[in-house]
Design a protein around this ligand. Structure first.
Ligand SMILES: [Zn+2]
Length: 246
């Protein structure tokens, strides 16, 4: 019996507030871009706490809406495990937080992520599957590349970039596509670079050419550095002003 993690859908006001504050600290324009009603002289923590109060009922109904589709996320866990040829092992709980942070931050250490509450439920499922892929992906990666530290799994490291290219590759696997029925792609800014350099298809075709997932990861890593040498992919994908975390 292949055990899957328990998926817990809830809110986490403190984590959401802390993450938004950190992003605002890193980027002067963050609040202006994402929170139109925020005034510069407002206390950010109070502003978010008030949002939680004002949207209390809405948050609850958004949680219930996603809970009603929990079977899709559970099925995705089974398929991801099948694709990667790896069990969930110590990952026995995944926390999906419905909140206000707009950029879907994920936390590998606690196997959790924050989804913006206003997203349509099918889009929430789409991004949840993307994040859930990362959790098992990095477990698998760490088994193959034992010396790679956890820091390299985060932006702007090459292991992280590769993981963000591979997540949409996996999501195009017919088993996942048939389940969630939404097409997955690169980040919009990365897609523009792909229009010019066509790197995504190289990983996509590698996915179908390789014998199993481990083989794919080994070949994909080689491919990444090969492309990086040719076109400086790492700097192309990290030079843009993009705050991707998840
Ligand atoms: Zn991602």
């Amino acid at each position: 019996m292949n055990k899957i993690p328990e998926i817990n859908i809830t809110t986490n006001k403190n984590l959401d507030t802390k993450t938004i504050a950190e992003l605002a600290e890193m980027n002067d324009k963050f609040m202006e871009i994402h929170f139109k009603d925020y005034r510069k002289d407002q206390n950010l923590t109070n502003y978010i706490i008030n949002k939680y109060l004002a949207e209390k009922n809405n948050l609850s109904s958004k949680i219930r809406e996603l809970e009603n589709k929990l079977n899709i996320l559970e099925e995705a866990c089974k398929i991801i495990s099948e694709i990667m040829g790896d069990k969930w092992e110590k990952i026995n709980k995944i926390n999906v937080f419905i909140g206000f942070c707009p950029i879907i931050p994920r936390f590998l250490d606690t196997k959790s992520f924050i989804l913006p509450y206003e997203l349509n439920v099918n889009i929430k499922i789409h991004f949840s599957v993307h994040e859930i892929i990362h959790f098992l992906y990095f477990q698998k990666w760490a088994k193959i590349y034992k010396k790679d530290s956890i820091e390299t799994f985060e932006s702007p490291h090459q292991n992280w970039i590769l993981s963000e290219i591979i997540a949409p590759v996996i999501m195009r696997d017919g088993r996942i596509f048939d389940l969630i029925k939404t097409e997955s792609n690169l980040y919009p800014e990365w897609k523009k670079i792909d229009d010019q350099y066509k790197y995504f298809d190289e990983f996509l075709s590698l996915y179908y050419k390789t014998s199993d997932f481990e083989d794919f990861l080994i070949e994909a890593k080689k491919k990444y550095y090969e492309i990086d040498n040719k076109i400086n992919l790492t700097s192309l994908l990290t030079s843009r002003d993009s705050q991707h975390m998840g």
